[in-house]
Design a protein around this ligand. Structure first.
Ligand code: NAD
Ligand code: KPL
Length: 305
């Protein structure tokens, strides 16, 4: 009998994972915020995934955090700023050998969760897959990508990676997951805030090459200082490549701001600036970018943390 995948959060990534796991015949339980949301979900036919224009609905089971059932495997698919509180609500349900997979972007929330759960194995993920919510319980699979998973304190891969193979979720076990997360954080810090401040697509940053280069130099210095030299290697060249390859796209932070949604600023720029402070590193452009972005969000009534 397969272990049940408890999926916390029925947003974009949660739905993308839950539907593919369910489609492979694996047991999945969604964990929804409260009884009202559960009742609304139960009145719907299930989760719908739209892939290449084709919509398919999966009647995935759901519950709230109050359900008594023990949890052996938890996939945390909420935003970084919600993850610690959301997981705290479930802590009493986790079995002694529970595994918790954290899909959050940026850094900071993973350690906050892991500190709360010293008995659980926390696995960090970094994903380049793309999905967005068209409406409640309906998600569009917008960009095929890849997910790296790893455990910074234990290099052995878990056996349940077979479930991801069965579900067709492209993935690889990574023994340097922190390096991958730092690298993605640096890319996101060099691109996303500027697209918000200049109100442009990623390609619009080709007109701000000097500013991007200065940020990359400071980010590379930070990565070296944080013991992540591999994440610093050729950072500027990769940032320029990503800007070119995704020139027509709006960054995820741009889209969050455009839709009046809270950003994950604290887990990207905020985390970078705090790390710099801890290492007594002066990174004036990065710090100024943080201040400018926080001011921009404040002015629009959005949280700046
Ligand atoms: P989302 O906002 O679409 O979904 C999050 C869901 O979690 C929401 O439905 C929310 O109601 C739910 N939630 C929050 N607190 C909860 C709680 N206590 N109990 C139950 N549900 C709760 O977010 P997303 O786009 O799926 O992003 C999740 C994480 O994955 C983020 O850190 C994001 O940066 C990262 N990520 C997203 C994508 C993507 O394409 N969407 C790609 C890569 C990484
Ligand atoms: O990951 C991204 C995002 O928009 O969040 C890219 C495309 C790399 C830009 O930083």
């Amino acid at each position: 009998m397969s272990t049940t995948w408890h999926v916390l959060g029925a947003g974009s990534l949660g739905t993308l994972w839950a539907t593919r796991l369910a489609r492979a015949g694996l047991p999945v339980q969604l964990i929804l915020r409260d009884k009202e949301r559960l009742a609304r979900y139960q009145a719907s036919p299930g989760l719908t995934l739209v892939e290449q224009g084709l919509a398919r609905t999966y009647p995935v089971m759901a519950q709230t955090s109050d359900s008594p059932e023990p949890i052996d495997r938890l996939l945390v698919a909420c935003k970084a700023y919600d993850a610690p509180d959301a997981v705290a609500q479930l802590a009493r349900r986790l079995t002694p050998n529970a595994e918790v997979i954290l899909l959050q972007n940026g850094l900071g929330s993973q350690d906050a969760v892991a500190t709360q759960l010293p008995q659980a194995r926390c696995i960090f993920a970094s994903s380049t897959e793309g999905a967005f919510r068209e409406s409640d319980w309906r998600v569009v699979f917008a960009g095929h990508g890849f997910t790296w998973l790893g455990d910074a304190s234990h290099p052995t891969a878990p056996l349940w990676l077979d479930d991801l193979d069965a579900a067709g979720i492209p993935h690889q076990w990574s023994t340097d997951i922190l390096t991958r997360l730092w690298r993605k954080l640096a890319l996101n810090c060099a691109i996303n805030p500027l697209t918000v401040l200049y109100q442009c697509r990623n390609g619009g940053l080709q007109e701000h090459q000097c500013e991007v280069a200065t940020l990359c130099a400071e980010l590379a210095e930070l990565l070296e200082c944080c013991g992540q030299p591999a994440a610093a290697q050729d950072l500027q060249a990769e940032v320029e490549r990503v800007i070119q390859a995704t020139a027509a796209n709006f960054s995820s932070m741009y889209q969050d701001v455009a839709n009046g949604r809270r950003t994950e600023i604290s887990y990207l720029l905020g985390h970078a600036c705090q790390a710099a402070l801890r290492h007594r590193l002066s990174l004036p452009h990065l710090q100024q970018l943080h201040v400018r972005l926080a001011g921009y969000l404040d002015a629009r009534g959005l949280p700046s943390d």
